[in-house]
Write a protein that binds this ligand. Sequence first.
Ligand code: DX5
Ligand code: ZN
Length: 215
Amino acid sequence: MLVAPSVLSANFMQLGQDIQMVEAAGAQYLHLDLMDGHFVQNLTFGPEFIKQIRPETKMKLDCHLMVSNPDQYLEQLAANGADILSVHFEGNDHIHALLQQINGLGCASSLVLNPGTAVASVTELLPLVKQVLVMTVNPGFGGQQFIASCLGKMEQLAAYRQEHGLDFNIEVDGGVNSETGQRCVAAGADVLVAGSYVFGQADPAAQVARLLALH
Ligand code: DX5
Ligand code: ZN
């Protein structure tokens, strides 16, 4: 199991400690939500923030771009140490080119599907990517409720991957806790993103351990 604690729910006044804590607990990815107040109605941070985090951890920096015109930031994010670049199917007219651009930068390309987007809409793109991120909330905020109807998409993606000999990971983001996470794993998820379940609790390391133990 791969676990990706989401910095969105961390305490920014002690971010270094929060990052060390989840890394020591065994988290392999650090999930970083970039929001521009346009693609979603919230604001977070940009490429400079990724640059500052890079020397603080060996975890893979899993960047989720909830921004308009993500092509403007890809090169800088790659240069600043991002490992995985997740871009949305929705709102990106030239999503194929965008994924090619990410691959060309030497990062792992990841395609995000909002709750309203069907797997059938994206099958042409699957051979290009190293990860598919299935949103189980509408993007923008932490602490929302898991949308269970998205579980079927994980099953469809896992079946498609097997049938076509592809090797992308299936990541899930939104409302993940030990109970919903278990259902995602059963449906084929490889990577669990968790914000409030990890950082909103007294012992984030124990929360990471609970997710790592799912199978
Ligand atoms: C929401 C973000 C998530 C967020 C998840 O738009 O993409 O990564 O941090 O938070 P939780 O785990 O609290 O739903
Ligand atoms: Zn996210």
